[in-house]
Unconditional design. Structure first.
Ligand SMILES: O=C(O)CCC(=O)C(=O)O
Ligand SMILES: [Fe+2]
Length: 211
């Protein structure tokens, strides 16, 4: 398992964080649970579907609204691996996991995960379809970085976590350049599911945005 640095300070990717079998087992466990969003409470106004564990986040009020108890057992092997691989320190143990589902044509608007509420490390495990995540500097929008998310773990810390907004487009076809020769590659987006692990530090209102 290799933690690779990206060109953006504080942003790392681990490509082989879980196996294909673990991915399938996770998807089955997730799909056996109830989704909210797309008309269903507690976040009916959000078009994409989500599941909230540990704490419930309200996109409307931009804050954590209730403690939901421990994370589900199907995430135990993931959080254990965070510790084994020394991705997190003890005090950064995630106590919240939001699962997002993106159908083809769905994305997430540029935002910075609330610095007042969540801890310094944001971990996002991507399943199923690949996509591009764009990082745009909050004060200097011309400064941008693109990362490819396959079945991988994204580790967002430091500048990437605080100084940039991250977003995923709604595009069904995305292009990126890879390798030494900058070969052009295509992603045809289909269903993607991500698990974002955070540490809730504070139950205050999110003064930044999390959409
Ligand atoms: O889907 C992802 O990988 C990112 C989700 C995200 O940025 C968020 O929920 O704040
Ligand atoms: Fe985010």
């Amino acid at each position: 398992m290799q933690k690779k640095a990206t060109a953006l300070e504080g942003l790392y990717i681990i490509e082989d964080f879980i196996t294909e079998t673990e991915e399938q087992v996770l998807i089955r466990a997730i799909d056996s649970r109830a989704w909210c969003g797309n008309g269903v409470a507690p976040n009916p106004e959000l078009k994409r579907r989500t599941q909230h564990y540990g704490y419930e986040f309200s996109y409307r009020y931009r804050k954590v609204i209730q403690n939901l108890g421990p994370l589900p057992t199907f995430t135990d092997f993931i959080t254990k691996r965070f510790k084994q691989q020394k991705i997190i320190e003890f005090e950064d143990e995630p106590n919240m996991c939001i699962i997002n589902e993106y159908e083809a044509g769905q994305g997430i608007m540029p935002h910075t995960d609330a610095a007042t509420i969540f801890g310094p490390i944001i971990l996002s495990l991507s399943l199923l379809s690949s996509c591009l995540m764009k990082f745009t500097h909050s004060n200097n929008p011309e400064t941008q970085f693109l990362v490819v998310l396959r079945t991988s773990l994204l580790i967002m810390t430091k500048s990437s976590r605080y100084d940039y907004k991250h977003s995923i487009s709604k595009d069904i076809i995305e292009w990126f350049e890879e390798g030494e020769n900058g070969e052009k590659r295509e992603i045809v987006r289909s269903r993607r599911v991500s698990l974002t692990f955070r540490t809730v530090r504070n139950l205050g209102v999110d003064v930044a945005t999390n959409s």
